[in-house]
Design a protein around this ligand. Sequence first.
Ligand SMILES: Nc1ncnc2c1ncn2[C@@H]1O[C@H](COP(=O)(O)OP(=O)(O)OP(=O)(O)O)[C@@H](O)[C@H]1O
Length: 306
Amino acid sequence: MSAEPRTAPSGRRRATVRNPAVVVDDVTVVYTVTSTGGGDEVPVSAPVRLARRALGRPPIVRNQALTNITLAVEEGESVGFIGRNGSGKSTLMNVISGQLNPTSGRVYAADVPAKLGVNVSLVPALSGERNMRLGCLAQGMTPAEVDAKMDELIHIAALDKAIHWPMKAYSSGMAARLRFAVATATDPHILILDEALGTGDAQFQDRGKARMQEIREQAGCILFVSHSMAEVRTMCSRVVWIDEGELVMDGDPGDVIAVYERFMKDLAAGNNKSALAMRDEAREALVRTVVADLGPSAAQPGGTAA
Ligand SMILES: Nc1ncnc2c1ncn2[C@@H]1O[C@H](COP(=O)(O)OP(=O)(O)OP(=O)(O)O)[C@@H](O)[C@H]1O
């Protein structure tokens, strides 16, 4: 990952990106996985295939999680990523955070992204408060900076007396509060939240939202994965819908969520054909917009738009 370009092709309706914090450039991710049920088999040499068969090992198949994803996120944006289970949201967040190398394509980031639960590992036997301190130190803060920040972090985590209990006594929601507070301690420029606030109660969600707003006001950006449309509607200034590893829509939260909810409703009702037609139409509209944004050269064979 590097902090190179200030402009890039964008999946958004605007052609120019003024202050990009993250640029995802034509990213494709293909996992390989063993499968007993067939699929797109990874070619292996004949001896390897025979040896695997003799040992009773299932064939290895390709699973394409992301296909040619291109988008840019600007400073100050809070972008919600929505989509069905297995559509590729977490894979994209893992690529952006640097946890996973894409099969092809690149990610450019203006700073090292902070991904909740990744930058620090917490110690179950230690109290929440000790873990908070250690987590901050692990992210490069000085002891004096940690001291100055502790009251604010304890307020954000809203754990009351449990802040002094060992973390092994925490529920998953309580641990999520603490991890969220630690992840935001350094005022990250790029914060990735993959299903982070959903585990918390209303009080934590309010404090979490307030903290995210502060980060945005300091020119930070937030990438936010959630299955809760209510949460996405209140938290995000823009929404990206991903399905089967491809961008389907990218724009105003109200517009994108309305189509996505119709899509999900149709699928739930068994109207797969109309759901998929709606999705394909939305995806084609996005491609047309990107091509128009990129100008006439992109519409020519060999142009830059996919
Ligand atoms: N480590 C892995 N090895 C093989 N395939 C994987 C791996 N991780 C994810 N996948 C596959 O990649 C695809 C996208 O998964 P991903 O977890 O990114 O989806 P998601 O949109 O975050 O799903 P969810 O909403 O259920 O969390 C799925 O087909 C999944 O099976």
